[in-house]
Design a binder for this molecule. Structure first.
Ligand code: SAM
Length: 326
């Protein structure tokens, strides 16, 4: 039976956060202060994740993205990736900051990873260091090159644009996409940062990115699945692709196919959900697969029509991105 919500949207895409820990402290995501992280015993064990995903695959989930926090900081994530593949996940991807990727790529490939998204918010080393508050620029670039040299396709590179921070690099990012033959995805800054510094003025609209890039290199739209977050374009005269992810200025909630499992076992039906739903409690209190499946069905049925970022009464969720899983 497909997993449908009350608006008739089919849910087949799961984001699994395997940790809330991260070795970066990106300014648009985490606070600079050493942060409260969730208590160890609240985090799902690998067997618990596997059980939930098995139930969800039985309900029609076919795409899974492993994320965090930083997924590669949790030991055992490669083995977990293999377990997901053996459950029959058709499209298995990971979002990572790339810092640890060079050393871990072979085991991820052996585990059956299909695709990868690597975050890179500046092509300028000093600026990268200011944004991430790390000195890992060379390792991240090496991670991107290692992914390019592997069988993973497409290799997507994610850049969150913040006005006055890295919006001067839009054309440079496009050039990077062309040179490296990768998909450069420009993501609008969302009000999910730990410092609660988000304002609309800090967000760079996707339309501006399109205008600036297409003025320099003509673009052609690329077909995309309706539920995909990115509007995709290739260059008329060369390799590479860009993706524009515009949750703020062009929300794509109407075709959303996603749910999210947090590292502490909560199911979320939207990045901006006010509430999440406790699957860990069900699991640890002896619920049967049938009971968990029924609970998931009821939660999904209530999925929000859309986020409310653009409504006057919008309130940011209490969980910030790192505790949800992007
Ligand atoms: N650590 C991994 C990484 O850096 O890609 C995975 C987790 S990270 C939370 C997932 C994605 O969310 C990254 O591409 C990151 O840039 C993005 N992100 C984090 N905070 C964001 C925000 N406030 N607005 C938009 N995107 C955000």
């Amino acid at each position: 039976m497909p997993l449908l919500d009350k608006f008739g949207r089919q849910i087949y895409d799961l984001r699994v956060s395997v940790t809330d820990r991260c070795n970066f402290r990106c300014v648009y995501c985490r606070s600079a202060d050493p942060e409260n992280s969730m208590a160890e015993h609240t985090l799902l064990e690998w067997d618990e994740y596997e059980r939930i995903v098995r139930i969800l695959v039985g309900m029609g989930i076919r795409k899974v993205r492993v994320t965090g926090g930083e997924p590669l900081v949790r030991p055992g994530v490669e083995d977990f990736t293999g377990r997901l593949k053996r459950l029959g996940v058709q499209d298995l991807s990971m979002t990572t900051n790339g810092h640890l990727l060079v050393d871990r790529l072979d085991s991820l490939l052996a585990a059956g990873l299909d695709r990868i998204n690597i975050s890179l918010d500046s092509l300028n080393q000093q600026k990268f260091e200011r944004i991430t508050r790390t000195k890992t620029f060379d390792q991240v670039l090496a991670g991107i090159d290692a992914a390019r040299a592997s069988r993973l396709r497409p290799v997507k590179v994610n850049a969150v644009l913040v006005r006055g921070v890295n919006d001067d690099e839009i054309e440079a990012f496009a050039e990077f996409a062309r040179e490296k033959d990768v998909v450069l995805r420009f993501i609008e800054f969302m009000p999910l940062d730990a410092d609660r510094a988000w304002t609309r003025d800090l967000m760079v609209p996707a339309a501006e990115v399109y205008k600036r890039i297409s003025a320099k290199w003509p673009l052609v739209p690329v077909a995309h699945e309706r539920s995909e977050t990115a509007r995709k374009y290739r260059f008329v005269d060369g390799r590479g692709e860009i993706g524009l992810i515009a949750p703020v200025t062009q929300p794509f909630c109407g075709h959303c196919s996603r749910i999210r499992l947090t590292a502490d076992g909560k199911l979320r039906t939207c990045l901006f959900s006010k509430d999440d739903h406790d699957l860990r409690g069900l699991l640890r209190n002896g619920a049967t697969d049938r009971e968990i499946g029924d609970a998931i069905g009821a939660i999904v049925d209530q999925k929000e029509k859309g986020h409310r970022i653009n409504e006057p009464d919008f309130v940011a969720p209490s969980r910030t991105m790192v505790f949800i899983g992007g």
